[in-house]
Design a protein around this ligand. Structure first.
Ligand code: SF4
Length: 271
């Protein structure tokens, strides 16, 4: 039987939901990037740009230049967030210790999970990362995205957060890296009411379930992993959003013993 979602699914159109124009998204040239220097000296971070592999430092510098050239009213948190992040990272390498502190609980109304509070312990030196909260966004089943959806998420996070993301965290969520407390509710509203998109789990709750690509593409699948993942995610919403366990709990869905989402290694209950 074909999978049927429990409620009508909204199709997101980037041209209706977009925040930035093409000119704003492509606001620097490769020549400008070569000459670009962030405001802190970061020799050890710069070292991580060498070699043939992709570098998160190189990516961060692109993001920093992009933000440097956006007008003030096109970002809801400080434009220097990426530059301060690299500056603090450099100091962490130098001191051999982290400069993040976990300073209490932050979150959105009605949820006990989905946001991880993060603050800098060098707030005077790096004011734009005084708050640097992470948000976990429940990923689509088997990571099926379309570009309209991805670009809409990216615009939202550029506007209300640092613009930096991680696809994906080890549990499976899309990770939004770094925003201030005041931005959490507007982002949550936009995600849930406009994009029909929920937060994932964090803390001692049920963590975001994830599944292999299963019957959507794979001939080995013994059952519909996406259907199962969807059912379990919607059935255990309360456990996902309101931590009530002594420790986190994970389940993941592999369609066969090949174990592509590593359900045995990564989950407490594997299928
Ligand atoms: S776990 Fe099995 S069914 Fe799922 S994608 Fe891998 S090979 Fe296919």
């Amino acid at each position: 039987m074909a999978f049927e979602p429990k409620e009508p699914q909204k199709e997101i159109k980037y041209k209706e939901a977009r925040i930035y124009s093409d000119a704003e998204l492509h606001n620097y040239t490769e020549d400008e990037l070569k000459k670009f220097k962030i405001k802190h000296s970061t020799p050890m971070c710069d070292d991580l740009e060498k070699g043939p592999w992709p570098s998160f430092v190189a990516d961060a510098k692109r993001a920093a230049l992009h933000r440097r050239k956006l007008p003030d009213n096109r970002m809801m948190i400080d434009r220097n967030v990426v530059e301060d992040l690299l500056g603090q990272l450099e100091l962490s390498y130098e001191h051999g210790e982290t400069h993040w502190k976990h300073g209490g609980i932050v979150g959105v109304f009605g949820y006990g999970g989905g946001v991880i509070g993060r603050y800098s312990d060098l707030q005077e030196q790096f004011p734009s990362i005084a708050h640097f909260h992470t948000m976990r966004v429940n990923q689509p089943g088997s990571y099926f995205y379309n570009t309209d959806y991805l670009r809409t998420l990216c615009d939202l996070w550029e506007y209300r957060g640092s613009g930096m993301m991680n696809f994906h965290g080890s549990t499976g969520d899309i990770i939004f890296l770094g925003t201030f407390t005041e931005q959490l509710e507007p982002i949550f509203f936009e995600l849930t009411h406009v994009l029909q998109q929920d937060l994932g789990g964090s803390g001692s709750n049920l963590r975001t379930p994830s599944c292999c690509i299963g019957k959507a593409r794979c001939e080995w699948s013994c059952y519909d992993t996406q259907d199962m993942c969807y059912e379990m995610t919607t059935h255990y919403q309360d456990e996902l959003h309101r931590p009530q366990f002594p420790y986190k709990f994970k389940f993941k869905f592999d369609g066969c013993p090949n174990c592509c989402v590593a359900s045995i290694a990564r989950a407490d209950m594997s299928f």
